[in-house]
Write a protein that binds this ligand. Structure first.
Ligand code: SF4
Length: 369
């Protein structure tokens, strides 16, 4: 018995996927409109298996958010604060080192993920100095940090080009760029949600500059707020185009918008995305981003159960142990603030896959057969 699960009207897209042909913008729009989630998942899972096999990456890492004081006031953000607000903080070098000392109690800690607010009174050197101090104190830890938004901000406040900023950070120990800040690469959306930070073009340019220097970066998409489906597809196409040009993106991460405590949710009465939307967005991303090897199910925002299911919807990476995540939890993330390595391994194995601990450059440190 042969069973064809392709929904009516999608045979042409199924054929393209089977033949490894590139999907068009129209295909992307049709995939988002496809009501058959199981088929979408099966297509994305088949492509994942072909590209990545059954290995699922995770990392034992620690997030270091140097400050939550931020002048950008993005409407979807519950992390940024003004200096006089309750709960605002700005870490000294010693504070940042203390966070990592604590995380170092885990002997498998392999890397740091350093992203922060755009502090109105900090100079570029304030950020650079903290990064350099972390590198000096923990030279064995892989340093990934700073988004395209932060890099653009550093360039503006220091009268340097993004390339010059990156060269300085590279000297200070930076190995890879974080993927946040892309939100939706549409100037319409950014004009409403975050007019005071990097534009779409500036975010892409920061990634391009990093890739040209041989610094890899991640890419992300924050969806489920005011964007249209067409803007989601255009976002994926912008990333695919830059990846064609540079090949410097390591991983794509889908971030569902978490409304709690955000000005945007209050203003527009927005609710959280459904699991259905999370899984179809994961699957469509895998299918559209044919030149990205890694698609991450970020458990902090998706929740652990949805991230585990997403491993069958195109994802081959589940992020890391994280160690006290704060940015998403300020926005109401209901997931734990950290996961143990054993828990991550169990989640991956339960999904029938092979866990592999990696550094932020996706080098395999240990495979857990
Ligand atoms: S998203 Fe980033 S840049 Fe925007 S307000 Fe929050 S911390 Fe600041």
């Amino acid at each position: 018995m042969s069973i064809d699960i392709t929904p009516r009207g999608y045979q042409d897209i199924a054929r393209k996927i089977e033949n490894g042909e590139r999907l068009t913008k129209d295909d992307g729009l049709r995939l988002f409109a496809c009501p058959d989630l199981a088929w979408l998942g099966a297509m994305a899972d088949a492509v994942r298996r072909e590209k990545c096999g059954d290995i699922v990456y995770y990392n034992v890492n620690c997030h270091v958010n140097l400050t939550n004081i931020c002048k950008a006031h993005c409407k979807f953000c519950a992390f940024g604060r003004d200096a006089e607000d309750k709960g605002s903080y700005a870490m000294s070098v010693e504070d940042a080192i203390a966070v990592v000392e604590d995380a170092k109690k885990d002997p498998h800690l392999a890397g740091l993920h350093v992203v922060s607010g755009l502090h109105p009174d900090w100079s570029f050197e304030d950020y650079e100095g903290r990064l350099a101090a972390l590198h000096e104190r923990f030279p064995d830890l892989y340093l990934k940090g700073f988004t395209g938004v932060e890099l653009t901000h550093f360039a503006k406040i220091s009268n340097r080009t993004v390339t010059e900023v990156l060269q300085r950070l590279q000297k200070a120990g930076l190995k890879a760029i974080a993927g946040g800040g892309a939100e939706i690469l549409s100037d319409r959306v950014r004009g409403i949600l975050c007019p005071d930070k990097a534009t779409s073009g500036e975010w892409l340019e920061a990634a391009r500059a990093a890739h040209k220097l041989g610094i890899p970066s991640n890419a992300s998409m924050l969806y489920g707020h005011i964007e249209t489906i067409e803007e989601r597809v255009d976002h994926l196409l912008s990333l695919r185009e830059l990846q064609d040009e540079t090949g410097g993106f390591m991983t794509f991460i889908c971030f569902p918008f978490l409304p709690a405590n955000t000005p945007l949710a209050k203003e527009r009465n927005l609710t959280q995305t459904s699991m259905w939307d999370d899984l179809r967005t994961m699957a469509v991303s895998r299918l559209m981003l044919d030149n990205f090897k890694n698609i991450k199910a970020y458990w902090v925002m998706l929740t652990v159960p949805v991230a585990q299911i997403a491993l069958s919807f195109g994802a081959n990476d589940i992020d890391g142990t994280v160690h006290k995540e704060t940015i998403m939890h300020d926005a109401g993330a209901t997931s734990p603030k950290a996961l143990t390595e054993n828990k991550i391994i169990r989640i991956i194995k339960e999904a029938g896959r092979i866990p592999a601990a990696v550094d932020a450059h996706m080098n395999i440190i240990e495979m857990i057969e």
